[in-house]
Design a protein around this ligand. Structure first.
Ligand SMILES: *[C@@H]1O[C@H](CO)[C@@H](O)[C@H](O)[C@H]1NC(C)=O
Length: 129
């Protein structure tokens, strides 16, 4: 390798080096305009090749509030999303599982979802009975 190709190689290697990224996601789960406690909220990083990584998990408190922090080493951007499992308008003994994307602009920052209205059915929602 000559000096130029070595330099190019070094730049490319740097470009694909993983960097530690984080995100904080918070909000308040509501159902029928009431705050919903004990809702399971999980923060994942979507991986195209590997299974998604669970970064953090919490249950909403008595006021329906949740706040999650996650960080991960990733090449390019992390692709965080929330998975929320709840029984707001679910069939008896079933859970509704909805996923919510975290915008890229929130990476390295706080994503405040304010009210997470669980009455609303999100696309791709699943049911677990
Ligand atoms: C999260 O990432 C941002 C941007 O890289 C950084 O400034 C901040 O210190 C990180 N926060 C924590 C708690 O690691």
């Amino acid at each position: 390798m000559n000096a130029l190709s070595l330099a190019i190689f070094a730049v490319l290697a740097l470009a694909v080096t993983a960097s530690l990224q984080n995100v904080t996601v918070k909000g308040i789960a509501v159902c029928d305009k009431k705050r919903m406690h004990n809702v399971r909220v999980q923060l994942f990083d979507r991986d195209t090749l590997d299974p998604n990584d669970l970064l953090s998990e919490i249950h909403t408190n008595h006021n329906g509030e949740f706040e999650l922090f996650g960080e991960e080493d990733e090449r390019g951007w992390i692709e965080p999303f929330l998975r929320v499992s709840h029984n707001c308008h679910a069939k008896p003994n079933c859970a509704r599982i909805g996923e919510y994307e975290v915008p890229r602009s929130a990476i390295g920052d706080v994503y405040d979802m304010t009210y997470l209205t669980l009455d609303i059915v999100v696309s791709g929602e699943k049911e677990q009975c």
